[in-house]
Design a protein around this ligand. Structure first.
Ligand SMILES: [Zn+2]
Length: 250
């Protein structure tokens, strides 16, 4: 059995397929569980609702760095109402996605760092792991990360340098491996530190590029891993599923 640790199939604006179809395709491909990822407070509430409907789905409370408008009073009140409400939900498995994204101009970096610190405090208070989104920003990310005591966490969609792979290894982090591995030239973490994800509807793996990504395509990422690491499919599933179950306690 395989697991999709990062997808957005609860988000109707992003994911245009009927969720029931995606879930039955998921099971047909040997993917038994998935985690839907919140990207701002209202979206996280939708992820929570979605997870209540399906036994094989868990959810995260997140705030993507490109979604924050710098209003820290609003952030305070959002986090307060989440603490009084949905953060008590038993299917909540992580904080995220949170992080820093310097890839595109036009997103205030001070605001991003402020948001990351606030969300890391939340993860620390709740003793929850984090699904990190870090893009072109590791030099600023590590010093902030090192200021907190966070449960073992994952760098979602890792595609940065060998050096930052080493930095993540050193801190005991896991690496989210998705369709990028099947077509992009990126560093590959050891299998013992990998969890699979799709980031559906984005980053569709080979041979389905150009179509909507869905959790069942973890199967194709696992096929890639069998080939790359020269291990059989049972072993790939055993290691990555054990990693995901341990990391997210699912
Ligand atoms: Zn994502």
């Amino acid at each position: 059995m395989l697991i999709d640790t990062h997808c957005h199939i609860h988000d109707k604006a992003l994911f245009k397929l009927p969720p029931e179809d995606a879930l039955s395709h998921m099971h047909a491909n040997g993917v038994g569980k998935c985690i839907v990822i919140g990207t701002y407070p209202a979206d996280s509430a939708e992820a929570c609702d979605f997870a209540q409907k399906y036994p094989e789905v868990w959810w995260t409370y997140g705030y993507h760095p490109n979604e924050y408008d710098g209003n820290s009073n609003k952030l305070t009140s959002d986090l307060k109402s989440a603490s009084a409400g949905i953060l008590k939900n038993t299917k909540l498995v992580a904080i995220g996605e949170i992080g820093l994204d310097y890839h595109f101009d036009g997103y205030n970096r001070d605001w991003q760092r402020h948001l990351l610190e606030r969300m890391l405090q939340l993860a620390q208070d709740y003793k929850l792991p984090v699904s990190f989104h870090v893009r072109d920003a590791y030099d600023d990310f590590w010093p902030i990360f090192d200021n907190f005591h966070i449960a073992t966490s994952v760098l979602h969609s890792f595609s940065d340098s060998e050096e930052n792979l080493r930095q993540g290894m050193k801190r005991g982090l896991y690496f989210g491996v998705n369709g990028l591995a099947t077509f992009a030239n990126i560093p590959h973490p050891p299998l013992e530190r990998i969890v699979f994800e799709t980031d559906a509807p984005f980053l569709t793996p080979k041979p389905f590029r150009g179509t909507i990504n869905k959790p069942g395509y973890v199967k194709n990422i696992a096929d890639w891993a069998c080939n790359y690491y020269a291990v059989d499919s049972g072993e790939v599933a055993k290691i990555t599923t054990r990693n995901a179950e341990k990391l997210f306690n699912i």
